[in-house]
Ligand binder design. Sequence first.
Ligand code: NAD
Length: 479
Amino acid sequence: MTVHQNFIAGEWVASGETADNVNPSNLGDVIGEYAQADRAQAEQAIAAARAAFTGWSASTLQERADVLDRVGTEILDRREELGRLLAREEGKILAEATLEAGRAGQVFKYFAGESLRIAGQHMQSVRPGIDVEVTREPLGVIGVITPWNFPIAIPAWKIAPALAYGNCVVFKPASLVPGSAWALADILSRAGLPAGVFNLVMGSGAAVGQAILASPEVDGVTFTGSVETGDAVLKTVAGRHGKVQLEMGGKNPLVVLDDADLEVAAACAVNGAYFSTGQRCTASSRLIVAGGIHDAFVDEMTARVSALRVGDALDPETEMGPVVDAAQLDQDLSYIDVGSGEGATLACGGQRLNREHDGFYLAPALFTGTTNDMRINREEVFGPVATVIRASDYDHALDLANDTDFGLSAGICTGSLKHATHFKKNVKAGMVMVNLPTAGVDYHVPFGGRKGSSYGAREQGAYAAEFFTIVKTAYTAAL
Ligand code: NAD
């Protein structure tokens, strides 16, 4: 089997070790073998990025726009093939995986345009005869550390703005999904970037991740992943005065009021809680339902969730693919036990399923009769597990929605403009959805959360400039 190498200083480089990329829908299917860099190789990549920075930071806006546009075009042209690879290695269904690949292409196209729109300010000084200019400069070398659940979209929404604003990149993908990362690196390697501007270093968090965090040559780290790892990233990088951007977990509420359209509410809840096997940071894991609609909603949800077709991610009939790996499946099953032990009612699902091939299949689970103090309502499960919490009225529902350590996304299903407007203003989340699932966002507007969910500048859209550039204020006295 061909080994997929790391890409350092413009060359494909072998590593001492390799790892298999295994299909979670079919454990007998090995997708490929991928190089595993050690700390020394990660440091070589960082040095290459540093050496390339002087040239790339002075590149013309046209050069940057052309490179990003070429990358976007190739991804979009190959979205079916890239979507298939993504579904095979991560386990989300083909339709979702193909949309994700397309999203990555759109993100590169968007930042091709953004690279031309870098703007500053020209202001008058408060003193006579002096002009003030505020300009944005590239930050420098950016460490990009990504999770497994969006193997091409999240790397795209970090790498594209980094390059658009004139930075160099060292990209460390999650070990479970090297296939999409390698495919993206292959496309970038042929897009016309000077050597060293973009580097791929596949390997463990302990070796490659730590090398990126610790290096004084890395000016900023953009990280998406768990709260636990995010805390370590923050301590190490901020401890050496580097810039940090963290996107972490969620425990996102979807509020359903008595005047909601039941069909819309159930469709939002099923999409938000179970699509992508519930493995989305924006998943609706807490369904907070007002008393008048509660029983009808639970009946409708139980019917819909029980009917979801769980199977091989590559089968077009499948509606929910497998869990990503054995460790995540163990975590999901242990939370099913925790919920039952806490006195919640398992309305449906929660058991392992057998399919034609050996894989990590789990029946989507719905807990009812839960209270917001239960562990299943406080801790992120990151699987196809949702809970129903009964609320007495809108005010109670809002209090429950805000009673969490997280604050990424929040949704409300209602026909009331008054409640929708109040919720948008008062829910403590970075993103709010009205009559829409908590998951599913656009790429041209900011993405991110509050409290334990995020730290630092927002990602995506024009707001990406906040992290990937550094501001300079220049004063000029006319002589
Ligand atoms: P993770 O924290 O285990 O890993 C994320 C990345 O960090 C991986 O590339 C991993 O190899 C690396 N890493 C691990 N230990 C490291 C270390 N000591 N130093 C440096 N790097 C290290 O997360 P995961 O399991 O890949 O992803 C699931 C988590 O990601 C969930 O908590 C989910 O909510 C979160 N997530 C958040 C968002 C968001 O935007 N808020 C989006 C997707 C996923």
